[in-house]
Design a protein around this ligand. Structure first.
Ligand SMILES: O=C(O)/C=C/C(=O)/C=C/C=C(\O)C(=O)O
Length: 285
């Protein structure tokens, strides 16, 4: 079997969706009849490939086509300053991508910002979603238990403003439960990703200054989502607290919640094998 690489699956597309006219980067992997879109989180240096590198191959081997969209303002996608809802912006970008590459209906796995954007996409395009997997996100809005912004979100802000290896380590040490898995190689790769696009870092700071609520509270609209939804959370998530997951299963009628213990904000990476089995089983049944 040939090894799947980022370079071999890397693609660009120009999208025009309303007033949104930009070039997006995505990875297109596998050839299944059903497609799973994976949407990354909002950390500096994040990308579809960086967030989901432990998940792509198992999904492709299970027979799915996997699309990893780099959101506007991340990785190799075009830069943008966003002053409105970033969840809606990403949802519009995804619609533009799906239209451009001729995909009608997809399952979506969203991580943090990617989960907020998945909910926004499902609300705007209900006929285009199969099943939804929301991980460490799904709506902005308050936690009942944890002061907000959380310590993790504050550390992301500090890293965007001052992108040093020290600030990256501070953020990543809060990001995962078991920091012994964070290697020098991983830190370096993430730092390289961040510094390769200083325009993205500066634009994120400009956007957050203009509108600190980039991810609005969609709680009042969750009841409109009819798609079967699997919500996944880390008990030890210090970025988006676990009770946000409880709000999601309270609001979305066909939702269930799986909580990993000993898990921070990166369930798909920290518990990759179980995560992959859980999601593949959910997609099949
Ligand atoms: O502010 C929020 O609600 C969302 C925060 C995130 O999306 C953070 C995500 C971080 C990553 O996934 C990353 O890889 O850095």
């Amino acid at each position: 079997m040939t090894t799947i690489t980022e370079a071999a699956t890397s693609k660009f597309v120009r999208i025009q969706e309303g007033d949104l006219d930009l070039q997006l980067h995505y990875n297109d992997v596998g050839q299944g009849a059903e497609t799973v879109v994976m949407l990354h989180g909002s950390g500096p240096g994040a990308s579809g490939w960086a967030n989901f590198n432990r998940n792509i191959e198992p999904f492709v081997n299970a027979g799915y086509r996997v699309i990893l969209m780099d959101c506007p303002g991340w990785s190799k996608s075009d830069p943008i300053v966003n002053t409105g809802s970033r969840s809606d912006l990403n949802a519009r970008a995804l619609k533009g991508l799906l239209d451009a590459i001729g995909l009608d209906k997809v399952h979506i796995v969203g991580n943090s910002m990617g989960a907020h954007s998945t909910v926004a996409f499902a609300l705007a395009n209900p006929a285009r979603v199969g099943k939804l997997i929301l991980m460490g996100g799904g709506t902005g809005g308050p936690s009942q238990f944890v002061p907000m912004p959380t310590e993790g979100i504050k550390l992301i802000g500090a890293l965007y403003r001052d992108p040093t290896i020290e600030n990256l380590k501070r953020m990543m040490n809060v990001f995962v439960y078991d920091t012994s898995h964070l290697t020098d190689e991983l830190f370096q790769a993430r730092l390289d990703n961040m510094l390769a696009r200083r325009d993205h870092l500066e634009n994120f700071v400009k956007s957050s200054t203009a509108n600190p609520k980039q991810f609005p509270d969609l709680g009042h609209r969750l009841g409109e989502i009819s798609a079967q939804t699997l919500v996944i959370w880390g008990r030890d998530d210090r970025f988006v607290p676990m009770d946000v997951g409880l709000r999601l299963i309270w609001g979305i009628p066909n939702a269930q919640l799986h909580v990993f213990n000993q898990c921070g904000h990166w369930a798909q990476w920290e518990h990759a094998d179980t995560f992959n089995r859980l999601v593949l089983d959910f997609l099949t049944h």
